[in-house]
Design a protein around this ligand. Sequence first.
Ligand code: ATP
Ligand code: FE
Length: 339
Amino acid sequence: IIILGIESSCDDTSAAVVKNGVIQSNEVAGQKCHELYGGVVPELASRAHQQNIIPVVDLALKNAGITVDQLSAIAFTRGPGLLGSLLVGTSFAKGLSLSANVPLIDVNHLQGHVLAHFIQEEVGDKKMPTFPFLCLLVSGGNSQIIRVDDYLSMEVLGQTIDDAAGEAFDKCAKVMGLPYPGGPLVDKYAALGNPEAFKFSKPRVKEYDYSFSGLKTSFLYFLRDRVKEDPDFIENNRNDICASLQKTIIDILLDKLRKAAKDTGINDVSIAGGVSANKGLRAALTNDAERYGWNLFIPPFSFTTDNAAMIAITGYYKFLNKDFIGHDAAPYSRVTFDK
Ligand code: ATP
Ligand code: FE
């Protein structure tokens, strides 16, 4: 079974080939055009996807040593994401599916992030989580604790009521004058700073839900007040500010994850989404795993941010279920796990 996966939900154009659950290629073309604007500009993203999609798919097929006529199905990200971006991947997948006469599979991007844990680079190359497991999905648009009962059966136990964890990283980084996306830079500076240097308040939200907008506001006021006293405050304390901010975000995330693990009695715990690249978060999780006896699953860096390998692997499991979609499928910008 050979699946071509296509991902175009935000600002990365990606294509990947998965053969019987094993990745053969995974190509990603990023978009530099947004750097100037401090965030993704939807219209520019759509245009860049149009420019990138054919070369990226071509490269993925070439590097996998696969021709279009060998494909069993084409899987594409249907949502959630930016509609104009999704339309490019969706339309391309439909066109290729028609011309190659292979079935089409629609993939929920969030499910893809979760199933990134099942991407094998070599047959049997790693231990995978066993069902049911918990997944902390932390990305640019989502922060959720998910109970994963099977490849295609997942339930959201809790989620953010406002900003996502990635947004908290990016927006706070922006306030500090760092370029977009700021998450990786905060991570980098945090490694050199003291996480106890400054204290930020944590939200109170019910059960397993999250909230990050309050942190963003208190961070903004904190910097504004300090800069009033010392115009060079940010410059002189960048590492400590980043380390303290990062620690606060990690504490917020892990408090609820610990609670979910305790309440459900589930010991297999995993993390997914772009923020799971964060080194501080990975270290804190590794600590927790030791302390609470979790089996911890962290995907390799290349499968944490947006990539088509996770779309192809999800497509593979949907293929096994004969879960195909017609050519009238339209993308959706917002969706939860039940789609
Ligand atoms: P979604 O998947 O919810 O639609 P998205 O696809 O935009 O959102 P991802 O690509 O999964 O999100 O993740 C991007 C986010 O991850 C950005 O907010 C970015 O700042 C953050 N991020 C990436 N690397 C790191 C890091 N090392 N530390 C903190 N945040 C990071
Ligand atoms: Fe994503």
